[in-house]
Design a protein around this ligand. Structure first.
Ligand code: UT7
Length: 344
């Protein structure tokens, strides 16, 4: 009898479990642009090569002295709070995904919280490179679904210009600065985050990384002289894995949720390279008009690319639309998500 009663309660609990919805999107990019023409004057490159090999035309760079990733993130959060008519006092948790923290500690989310008047709100960072936003979404969603918190902000923010070597043509053409933020709340219907898959494999550690500055190679005269505090990337090697894994995880998300290309209204891909995005869309059988692409405007903003797409497209998104997110980045890390959009 007791067992039966417990089982009944467990079933009720499962039925009561609500999805997590994204109930608002905020974003911020600095005003200053770095164009392909500007880069032509800095390194041996040209507009045609950059456009055809990457799809990038210009990027935004945060040049104001004394401003960092937390300032980008704080602006995105302020935009989010204003748009959703939310007071910061209502927020239970802030999570920030970034690979360019203002400093090792305190965390960038601590600093963002302070800049937006967060008081004693708990906050922490997630380091998963270009997949950081999907990792942070998966983390934030757990707090909502467990019933621990009511309102969680997830930020993806990176000031990539701080770790970009503007003498290295292999990498300096790729990156830009920006931040996006979303508000997570419990959903009252079947719209919300339906499924997320995240993966990592440390096999990629030395193909895309910042060699020095951490506990392995602490900063020294030598590391500075050897330019080891900047991004290093073996582009070709990363490209090969990215093209496969980003498409694989998107296809996996579709299979797990019985989605065809026609069912998907929007693909929201990480913006590292237009050719990787196109390959993912082809694999998913999704036509180009349904793919959010803003790489031409912002370049690769790492953890910010996906929320910045949602920010750019927010007026076009309608309740009930099926959205697939997909990302791949350093680590390696990769991930995908299926979201039924929750508002118009
Ligand atoms: O977001 C995190 C994950 N990252 C990625 O997903 C990025 C993956 N990788 C890529 O997107 C591409 O590999 C890059 C865009 C970085 C490079 O494109 P690629 O087609 O793989 O070019 P490559 O590195 O094989 O270089 C081809 C040629 C080389 O010359 P040679 O050796 O063939 O004579 C490079 O030296 O292009 C040269 N090159 C350039 N030429 C003009 C490399 N960078 C440049 C440049 N301008 N900026």
């Amino acid at each position: 009898m007791i067992t039966k009663c417990c089982n009944f309660r467990a079933i009720l609990k499962i039925k009561e479990k609500k999805l997590t919805k994204i109930s608002g999107v905020g974003g911020f990019v600095p005003a200053e642009k770095l164009t392909n023409a500007d880069l032509e004057k800095m390194v041996d490159t040209n507009d045609e090569w950059i456009r055809t090999r990457t799809g990038i035309v210009e990027r935004r760079i945060l040049k104001t002295p004394g401003k960092a990733t937390s300032d980008l993130g704080a602006e995105a959060v302020k935009d989010l709070l204003a748009k959703t008519n939310t007071d910061i006092a209502e927020i239970d948790l802030i999570i920030c995904a970034t690979v360019t923290p203002d400093m090792f500690f305190p965390s960038t989310s601590n600093l963002i919280s302070h800049k937006v008047g967060g008081g004693e709100i708990p906050s922490f960072d997630i380091a998963a490179a270009c997949s950081g936003f999907i990792y942070a979404l998966q983390t934030g969603r757990q707090f909502i679904e467990a019933g621990t918190y009511k309102k969680v902000i997830v930020v993806g923010a990176d000031k990539m210009s701080a770790i970009t070597d503007y003498t290295d043509r292999n990498t300096c053409i790729l990156f830009g600065d920006g931040a996006g933020a979303v508000l997570l709340e419990a959903s009252d219907d079947d719209c919300g985050v339906k499924d997320i898959r995240i993966y990592s494999n440390g096999i990629g550690a030395e193909t895309l990384y910042q060699k020095a500055g951490g506990s392995l190679n602490p900063a020294s005269m030598e590391t500075v002289k050897n330019r080891e505090h900047f991004i290093y990337q073996d582009g070709k090697s990363v490209f090969k894995v990215a093209v496969k894994k980003m498409a694989d995880v998107a296809a996996e998300i579709m299979e797990r949720n019985n989605l065809t290309g026609d069912d998907v209204k929007w693909l929201v891909p990480h913006q590292a390279n237009k050719r990787i995005i196109d390959a993912t869309a082809r694999r998913m059988n999704v036509t180009e008009d349904k793919v959010m692409i803003n790489i031409q405007k912002y370049g690769n903003t790492t953890a910010a690319t996906i929320p910045l797409c949602l920010w750019d497209w927010q007026d076009q998104l309608k309740k009930g639309e099926n959205i697939v997110l997909a990302a791949f980045g350093g680590g390696y890390t990769w991930g995908g998500a299926y979201i039924k959009w929750a508002y118009s």
